[in-house]
Write a protein that binds this ligand. Structure first.
Ligand code: N01
Length: 539
């Protein structure tokens, strides 16, 4: 047992942050600005979070770079020039590295280090943080920015230990890349990640077999390169863009259409959908008719429009049918794609619907399904994540009286505003459960809102001579009820998705993110702060 277990010789700081991804770097910047001593821990070998881990072929951001960025520094907005509307992983990662260097953030971050436990010591009113290196820190504020999608899922099939093909999970991709030329590759999973991998490697592999459990309504991306004129326009409009992202439902620059999909004629609707389709962005989802996620009738013509588009691109009608989603459009995350559906017209590509031909086991040479064995050199696991609460599952977080956060969340992840949980004073979560970051929000927008809210809160406590804040139990239940109520007004809970925890066996069926809109979320958070942190207890 390390001597530091007593905490007697532990290092003391004002703030410990977990995670050096998009939100974690923003937080670190703000905490340092408050004049607090800060230590960040990052499990990865460098900054970047999602963009550090997910280096698979074709990884790309499907938020537009105009709003997938920080707005906290005018200098940064002037200096950084995105090359494309939707930047590739390498560029998103370069951006975060630039930010870390530009603002001298690295000195505060300890890389290759996991926080394994965080225990609240009520007598000292401090958190005691332990890392996998056995280091102990004592801190007043413990802030988690561990991200939403960090805990990879692997199919629960027998035989992986004896299988000879190399397994690659998309979020643990080798830094040097993988040479797939001439190889037999199996890809499990057709979410946003699987789609990007499949369309990127189909042209180089000897054979590609895709194992699909649920087809997706993917939208073709339009990704023009940006030039000096675009950069200047963006600089000039940066303040307006930032303000707009706070006013929209999704935190993007797209407003929902206030019209109902049912209030227009078929031809009007078609013309509108074609126009939106041509934009080649998620505006076809979160800038569409406002009621497509609330009403099956309003959803149906939009869903059929997308299905028609997919059908037209796939030569073999039987394959096209397998690629047809049958749930409401947009009730799962809509991916952007580039030539994805045409991949299935290639002779070297096979699509297996695992609902018809279930995977039974990994074998020495590949994967056995009900119909027989498929032999591979590589098996790519694009199988997603134990989202949001799964990110917390590897840290033993204990609050008052040794109560475990993970145990508390087993049935329902209670977190007031998605930021704090009762019984865990001074533990703040950025992008935690029931915050909007999980589902319908441009990550930097909603993550940024939470970072700014936490910063203002800590500034407020300091100015008032207060040292502690935590939610009232009633407030977090009321918030969770509101999150559920809003979700239940939509088609989302009835569709299986990682948003509902349905991709993880045994996980509670519970909406993991706030679907009331980024704009509404900001309004509520601002109101809570303005009313002297209504629903929180301070001391
Ligand atoms: O994960 P997913 P992802 N047997 O859970 C299937 C963000 N993102 O990594 O749908 C067979 O969506 C699973 O099937 P099903 C984005 O928010 C952003 O693709 O559960 N199949 C599904 O097809 C996204 O939503 C970008 O029935 C199994 C797939 O694996 C989130 O990350 C790019 C299986 C997993 O899809 C997660 O996306 C990429 C099994 N045992 C991702 N287990 C950007 O562009 C799982 N599947 C910014």
């Amino acid at each position: 047992m390390s001597s530091a277990n007593s905490g007697a010789d532990a290092r003391t700081v004002d703030v410990v942050i977990v995670g050096a991804g998009f939100a974690g770097l923003h937080l670190l910047y703000r905490m340092r600005e408050l004049g607090l001593s800060v230590q960040s821990f990052e499990a990865g070998g460098d900054v970047g979070g999602t963009w550090y881990w997910n280096r698979y072929p074709g990884a790309r951001c499907d938020s537009p770079s105009s709003s997938y960025q920080y707005f906290f520094s005018r200098e940064l907005l002037e200096e950084w020039q995105w090359s494309q509307r939707f930047p590739p992983q390498s560029e998103a990662l370069a951006y975060l590295n630039y930010v870390a260097d530009r603002f001298d953030l690295r000195d505060h971050i300890q890389f290759d280090t996991r926080v394994v436990s965080a225990h609240y010591d009520e007598d000292r009113d401090r958190w005691r943080i332990e890392t996998d290196a056995g280091e102990i820190l004592v801190t007043r504020f413990f802030i988690s920015a561990i991200g939403v999608l960090t805990e990879p899922l692997v199919p629960d099939l027998p035989g992986q230990d004896k299988a000879r093909p190399k397994f690659l999970h998309t979020c643990r991709w080798p830094h040097g890349g993988v040479d797939f030329r001439g190889k037999r590759v199996g890809v499990i999973g057709t979410g946003a990640t699987g789609i990007q991998v499949i369309q990127s490697i189909a042209g180089e592999v000897a054979s590609l077999t895709v194992f699909q459990r649920t087809p997706n309504y993917a939208i073709p991306i339009r990704n023009p390169a940006l030039d000096e004129t675009d950069w200047q326009t963006r600089r000039d409009q940066a303040d307006a863009t930032h303000a707009l992202t706070h006013e929209t439902f999704s935190g993007f620059e797209y407003h929902l259409n206030p019209q109902s999909a049912l209030d227009v004629s078929d031809s009007e609707r078609r013309a509108y959908l074609e126009e939106l389709w041509a934009d080649g962005s998620l505006s076809f989802w979160v800038g569409n008719y406002h009621d497509i996620l609330a009403s099956e009738a309003a959803n149906a013509p939009v869903a059929e429009f997308v299905r028609e588009k997919i059908r037209a691109r796939v030569d073999d009608p039987a394959t096209a049918e397998k690629l047809m989603p049958d749930y409401p459009y947009g009730s799962r995350r809509v991916p952007l794609e580039n030539g994805y559906f045409e991949v299935y017209n290639q002779d070297n590509v096979t699509l297996i619907d695992v609902n018809e031909d279930p995977m039974q086991a990994f074998t020495e040479q590949g994967i056995r399904t009900a119909s027989g064995e498929h032999k591979f050199d590589y098996i790519v696991l694009a199988t997603g994540f134990d989202a949001v609460t799964g990110s917390y599952s590897r840290i033993d977080i204990r609050g008052r009286d040794g109560a475990s956060l993970n145990a508390k969340w087993a049935q329902r992840p209670l977190a007031y505003l998605g930021i704090q949980s009762a019984g865990f004073p001074n533990l703040f979560m950025v992008t935690g459960p029931t915050a909007p970051t999980t589902a319908f929000c441009n990550y930097p927008t909603c993550g940024g809102m939470q970072v700014e809210w936490v910063t203002d809160c800590i500034r407020h406590l300091t100015r008032q001579g207060l040292t502690r804040i935590e939610p009232e139990p009633a407030a977090e239940v009321e918030w969770a009820d509101h999150v559920d109520e809003v979700a239940n007004m939509t088609l989302i809970p009835a569709t299986k998705s990682w948003w509902m925890g349905s991709n993880v066996g045994g996980k509670a069926h519970s909406v993991l993110g706030y679907i009331g809109g980024a704009n509404e979320y900001k309004r509520i958070c601002d109101e809570v702060a303005a009313e002297n942190y209504k629903g929180f207890e301070t001391a």
